[in-house]
Design a protein around this ligand. Sequence first.
Ligand code: HSE
Length: 420
Amino acid sequence: MRKVGVAILGLGVVGGGTYRILKSHREFYQKTQGLDLTVESVLEPDKAKLDALGVDPSIVASNIAEVVCNPDVTIIVECIGGDGAARDYVLAALYAGKTVVTSNKLLYAKHSEELERAARQHNAGLQLEASCMGGVPIVRTLLSGLQANIITSMVGIVNGTTNYILTKMTEEGASYEEALENARRLGYAESDPEADVEGYDAVYKLSILSSLAFHTKIPVDKIYREGLSKITKDEISCAGKLGYVLKLVAVGRQSGQGVELRVHPAFVPKEHPLASVGGCFNAIFLRGDSVGETMLYGSGAGALPTGSAMVSDVIYAAKHIDEISSGRKAIADKVKIVTDFQSGFFLRLRLADASDGLSKTTALFARKGISIKKLHRLDGDGKALLLVTEETKESTLHAAIGKLAEGGVAENDLLLRVIS
Ligand code: HSE
């Protein structure tokens, strides 16, 4: 039986889950994979974390050099996060020719070129399944399950924390603060939860996934980002009234015009498969030219689901130890980024005049070529109008809203994109 030594850097939520799976499933992997995976080294300064997991003190390293120079370690699992120490440690591991398995989306999204280069130069492997969507095997699926396809679009719920918050607010009327606190307690949120609620985490994941899907390099700063911080119960209630649920989505679309990439809150129709993805679950809805529509779904955060992705990568890496880097092939270094998005839109309008405001609004939209899909007049003075458009260019919609205001017909006070 082949013995493969593993080191774990960081025993937080994900590192702890990875450690527990490796320990509890050792015999199972011996039988099913023909591999004896042993934890040979851990780097974790917090004694409480080491004690909570019952880590043998003899395998606790005091610095990264001890880990990378350990001849019994073949695969180094990085669960520290960020691009400070984690970047130095991952590079040190790759320079030493060790295979790295990481859950660090920020690190890979921002520094993939440097990391892939280091891996190639030192014949080291680099695996990143756990960086995107927790336990959902999306990276492997894109690299070796859907590679027959030209992927034209992906729409995903790729952040567990925000999906958990929105689900609790929608289904239980929880407050934003209360829901966020629970997400932190359950180990879904980042150490700085602003990364989740402001959409940065989803941007890192979209950068990685769209780079893989569209065979290019999508820099994080090319992705449009809007977080949840401006969302109130108002938006959630409007969504419900019109037959939608509010979700934080990541969208990547490829067409002859270029690539459109965005992370923002959006109305998702209740009958869309993404609408029923609740709690910390994640899902991604993909379109490929041959496969058509396909969706992957599963736990997007948490110790064991993310640990599942980590250990699956460890097993993959152990069996493909000669495979260099992550196996991604970019065919285009530069890609044209489309910024005038094409989308459906939800608007809340305050009409100046309840009697003719609606007809003036629909006439103006018709002149601009914007089709109205849904209309709902709120109770009260008849001046509050909810409206959903068919897909149109964002610039066209903003021009129409400007004209409504200029002409004293209506003011727009809520605007969100709609997934069709
Ligand atoms: N904070 C992340 C999330 C963890 O909520 O999705 C998994 O990447």
